[in-house]
Design a binder for this molecule. Structure first.
Ligand code: TEU
Ligand code: CA
Length: 558
């Protein structure tokens, strides 16, 4: 059955870094309202808003102290209502970030829970006695700290936090907790939001016996116990029954450590869980994040991963497709080439490869103008708690400070959080004040005003990609067509076919700086999109320029 979000394109906003309307250096809701036309013109019809709730901001809002209030830094509930209404009037739905694996330690629920062992909310979080020797209840690690447990002197127990010690994990085994979350979800849905992006939702099921981790060489120790287990699926099906089934909304679960089989469990419509997930395989290809180890990007492996997800979920679930988000480095710097010569062309190539796939594409703010990674010169310039954690980890391993800095300059989450570049005036028009995180100084050339005014820009290329997905002519083949990878071992070119009821598209993308020649089967029809001016004359011998990407309609169909 077709769903409205099958042919949607989602634009992700990290509110802190998007647009500051009042000069305090922090982006806000009114700032977003001012830019709705920019997003509407791009063609996105959903906005995923990273958290704007009340929060002490230990993890920039992913530590919530009141789910029903807006952080004063971002504005008021009235601003939020206006944002929803103004977006809706442009045909754009607002998807909220649902951070429900954990709250802030400053949430009243946790304050009560911590206050004493017999407080009625004690069991809303995960409290355990120390082992006999006083150590942690088990050996699980945290994403942001060496250990997943913090000791509470007053009660003599540890509490669990898979993220920072200011992000205690909720106890989903307690039905009262689940009901409180469902109630909060209904509050937002009844306001007219278009759905939820569910933060780390695959971690909500904790096995009752809290067994020790046995896998230490891949990811955060303990994940084999708390990621994607039966409990998690059970809670999601309950959430669907209790809340989601009554609303026609988009739900996307953030789910590290998932296989395509997990992807089907979450997104197969008959299972009545959620619409789709964010898998992490392709963003793990060039590093082992938890251990801060870099690896070279391998196109053959990238193709294998993306193709497996495209095929395994075909008619058995639904994919999200993304290059980046607020936790990832900048797309063009990471997968393309951000030098002056190739930045624009390679960013368009990357956009083409992703937006011609099946699934719901996500565009992260600034990706549509080809924003690049910033060069940080000292550890003090980073804001993100994960950057600091990785740096410490590398120091402890005896890595040289410069090498640790090099790692962060490639992968830090702060690259995505450097403010949006709107124009070539001071602070790129992001703020009239002092930006909370300094800008990248290349905003004189890379900015939205330039991009909107230049028909050859990355922005207009993305606009065309979105338009194609929504067009009567190509929409069905792009959204619902069968996917076939060509030449899996080609380490320079990514080529694939999309076919639907006789309509066929061939997508060819050169990931290299070299000019290469390739042959493809089939008869050349219309060149639907090209990031260079010169169109090929036949398929039996195509010359591909550096980072060239072509979308070609084949004659004859399948
Ligand atoms: O991220 C979850 C998560 O698994 C991250 O640690 C992820 O591995 C890493 O950031 C990728 O670089 C979500 C949010 O997206 C992130 O911003 C939050 O910090 C985190 O949850 C805690 O809420
Ligand atoms: Ca502001």
């Amino acid at each position: 059955m077709r769903k409205w979000w099958h042919n949607s394109v989602v634009y992700q906003i990290y509110p802190r870094s998007f647009n500051d309307s009042n000069g305090d250096g922090v982006g806000d809701l009114r700032g977003i309202i001012q830019k709705l036309d920019y997003i509407a013109q791009l063609g996105a019809d959903v906005i995923w808003l990273s958290p704007v709730y009340q929060s002490p901001m230990d993890d920039n809002g992913y530590d919530i102290s009141d789910y029903l209030a807006i952080s004063p830094e971002f504005g008021t509930m009235q601003d939020m209502d206006e944002l929803i209404a103004q977006a809706n009037s442009r045909g754009i739905k607002i998807v909220m970030d649902l951070v429900a694996n954990h709250t802030s330690d400053e949430h009243p629920w946790f304050i009560e829970s911590q206050s004493s062992k017999d407080n009625p909310k004690r069991d809303w979080y995960i409290w355990k006695d120390p082992k006999e020797d006083g150590s942690e209840p088990n050996n699980w690690e945290s994403f942001f700290k060496p250990k997943a447990w913090t000791y509470d002197e007053d009660s003599g127990q540890y509490y669990l936090h898979l993220f920072s010690n200011k992000q205690p994990d909720l106890n989903w085994a307690n039905p009262e907790v689940r009901e409180a979350i469902y109630q909060m979800m209904r509050f937002w849905l009844d306001k007219g939001v278009g759905g939820f992006r569910m933060d780390t939702i695959n971690m909500i099921g904790k096995p009752a016996d809290f067994p020790d981790a046995t896998i230490f060489d891949s990811g955060v120790a303990g994940w084999e116990h708390w990621a994607n287990n039966d409990l998690c699926h059970q809670y999601l099906r309950e959430m669907n029954q209790q809340v989601l089934k009554d609303y026609d909304v988009l739900t996307v679960g953030e789910t590290p450590f998932t296989t395509t089989l997990d992807g089907r469990y979450y997104s197969h419509p008959d299972r009545k869980e959620i619409s789709m997930i964010f898998q992490f395989e392709h963003v793990s290809i060039d590093r082992e994040e938890h251990n801060a180890v870099a690896k070279p990007f391998d196109l053959v492996q990238y193709k294998e991963i993306m193709s497996r997800w495209q095929n395994d979920l075909y008619q058995k679930g639904w994919n999200s497709v993304y290059w980046s988000n607020h936790d990832q480095p900048r797309t063009v710097s990471r997968y393309g080439n951000d030098n002056d010569q190739y930045r624009v062309i390679s960013a368009k190539m990357l956009g083409t490869v992703l937006h011609l796939m099946s699934g719901t594409p996500y565009v992260y703010q600034g990706e549509e103008i080809g924003m690049t990674n910033k060069q940080f010169t000292s550890i003090d310039e980073f804001n993100d708690l994960m950057a600091k954690f990785h740096y410490q980890k590398l120091m402890d391993k005896g890595v040289k400070p410069q090498e640790a800095l090099d790692f962060l300059n490639r992968y830090s989450r702060d690259h995505a959080r450097v403010p949006m570049q709107w124009q070539d005036s001071e602070n790129a028009g992001f703020t009239d004040g002092k930006p909370w995180l300094p800008l990248n100084d290349n905003y004189a050339t890379i900015n939205a005003q330039q991009a909107v005014g230049d028909q050859q820009s990355i922005y207009h290329h993305y606009r065309k990609l979105i338009e194609l997905r929504k067009s009567g002519e190509y929409g069905d083949v792009i959204v619902y067509g069968r996917y076939t990878l060509l030449d899996p071992d080609d380490s320079e070119v990514y080529a694939y076919l999309r076919c639907f009821h006789g309509k066929q598209l061939l997508i060819v993308a050169n990931f290299s700086e070299a000019v290469v020649e390739r042959q493809y089967q089939g008869e050349l029809g219309l060149v639907v999109l090209n990031n260079y001016d010169l169109d090929p004359s036949n398929l039996s011998s195509i010359t591909l320029q550096p980072y060239q990407a072509l979308v070609i309609e084949l004659k004859g169909g399948d």
